[in-house]
Design a protein around this ligand. Sequence first.
Ligand SMILES: N[C@@H](CCC(=O)N[C@@H](CS)C(=O)NCC(=O)O)C(=O)O
Length: 221
Amino acid sequence: MKIYWIKAQAPRRVLALVKYLGIDAECIQVDAKAGGLKTAEYKALNPNGKAPTLVDGDFVLWESSAINAYLCIKEGSDLWPAHNPAEQVEVIRWLSWNDNHWAGAVGPFYFEFVVKETFNIGPPDRSELAAALPGLKQLAAVLDSHLEGCDFVACGRLTIADFQLAAMACDWRRSEMPLAEFPNIVRWLDGLDRLPAWADPWPASKSNEAPAAHDRHASLA
Ligand SMILES: N[C@@H](CCC(=O)N[C@@H](CS)C(=O)NCC(=O)O)C(=O)O
């Protein structure tokens, strides 16, 4: 099984799960700056020209949440509750909330402070963010109240929804997201950071990494 990745938030969700579950995958880093995501060969796998992409034999899959569900099904992990419909829709609810609301609210901050630096496209422009503040605070209030007394977003345990929602928000301090006033979100993100697979999901070298299962049973306690 191959996973194509770049050092960015969407592939991070998948690489964290690969490491957390100790999956024996060949993780291939694509050189995005050299145009590696836009070659005809790569776009034949992922027509979006984005990462991550999973290739498992003849099966090709893109979109980090779908890849993570696939990996959990394959590994028999309840981070995607394949056999529990009530839990499944709970996870889908938060994946959907992320893609339709939360990602759009944290994204502008993440772009100004993280993406621009990663791709060397200039300094952050804070004037772009003023208009995004009220929307982010409104959604953060929803998430913060949901996380009251909970360490995880769904099902009372770690699921792929946590990796999905945390992928940009985890950089809130660096990105100047106004999350300090939302203590349950801060507690949740700090808890995730104590998972070695989340804190450092990146394979050690450019390709052919098989991450160890050393923290498969890590807890957030
Ligand atoms: N919704 C997609 C997002 C994929 C995506 O936007 N990947 C970004 C990195 S976070 C990328 O490959 N960007 C490079 C580019 O667009 O050239 C997923 O969750 O997999």
